[in-house]
Design a protein around this ligand. Structure first.
Ligand code: ZN
Length: 308
């Protein structure tokens, strides 16, 4: 079973937001030694990112062999462009994709905990929209273990929801200090039953995540954005993945894609195949087993998400 635990369901993508995301994409292409054609990227983004009813999501899953996907919405109060009403409209549209595909998709709400009525938003997302967790982007400028977030996490834990929280530095305007994995450490103490997925496992900064995940039973991490190094610097990727598994335990590592953002730079099928091939193709001295591959690609996530 292949489970993607990190997918951005984007009901509509305004053209001006495409530009903001392209710096991540061009950085990825450089590392992957691929040609950068900005106009071509913009065309691909326009064609694939906006997906109001989830048609592109399901088609992409079928094409690449993904059985189940955790989709999320993103919310931020930064800049004031997104009102609470808009955030909830987005959450409702994302939730409907999961409701229409209950065997294939689970939805997480985008809620910036700094919103005055963040707890009400969460209750509506769970009770009325059928969502199952929350996605944070703390690098918009909030502490995931701060008092505003805690109000939300209390309710989230009581509802048995999961938290997917971005970790790891990104280019500005991302405020990377809020994406430090160590900011998840108090959550593991005060909300011991809450399952937390550190998106990207801190990325290049994975050691603090691994150090925490070693001790916190409900802290996990996903491989989204690691494809950039997997394709661009294969040996480095194998080395780092081996080390982080050896520290944190393979049961803590989940497959993720950051699609549809990253599906414009590499086919998802190839990302899955690269992981499947690790036992055979990893450089000399770095070993992976087929059991580890199965656990990463879906076995671990199935347990965490309660799928059979
Ligand atoms: Zn993401």
């Amino acid at each position: 079973m292949i489970i993607d635990t990190h997918y951005h369901q984007i009901p509509a993508m305004p053209d001006e937001m495409i530009g903001a995301l392209l710096s991540d994409i061009t950085r990825a292409l450089k590392i992957m030694n691929k040609k950068i054609d900005i106009d071509d990227l913009i065309e691909k983004a326009k064609a694939s990112w906006g997906d109001p009813d989830g048609e592109k999501l399901i088609a992409g899953m079928d094409e690449s062999g993904v059985d189940y996907t955790v989709i999320c919405a993103i919310d931020t109060i930064e800049g004031g462009a997104i009102t609470t009403e808009m955030a909830q409209l987005q959450n409702k549209m994302v939730a409907d994709v999961a409701r229409n595909n209950p065997d294939r998709v689970m939805a997480l709400a985008g809620i910036d905990p700094r919103r005055e009525n963040a707890v009400d938003m969460l209750c509506e997302c769970f009770d009325d929209f059928g969502m199952r967790g929350v996605k944070y982007h703390p690098d918009f400028g909030f502490d995931p273990s701060g008092p505003e977030s805690y109000k939300l996490l209390e309710v989230l834990e009581s509802k048995g929801g999961i938290l997917l929280s971005h970790t790891g530095p990104l280019h500005p305007p991302s405020r990377s200090k809020y994406a430090e994995p160590v900011l998840l450490s108090d959550i593991g103490v005060d909300f011991p039953d809450l399952k937390v997925i550190a998106a990207h496992m801190g990325y290049i900064n994975w050691r603090p995540w691994a150090a925490l995940a070693t001790h916190q039973p409900n802290l996990f991490g996903d491989l989204a954005m690691w494809d950039v190094y997997a394709f661009g610097r294969y040996e480095l990727f194998c080395r780092e993945l081996r080390d982080l598994i050896d520290f944190a335990g393979v049961e803590k590592v989940l497959f993720g894609t950051d699609n549809p953002i990253f599906s414009i730079v590499r086919p998802t099928k190839d990302w899955i195949q690269l992981i499947k091939d690790l036992p055979e193709k990893a450089p000399a001295g770095i070993k992976f087993t087929n059991e580890e591959v199965d656990a990463i690609l879906g076995g671990n996530a199935a347990k965490i998400l309660g799928l059979t």
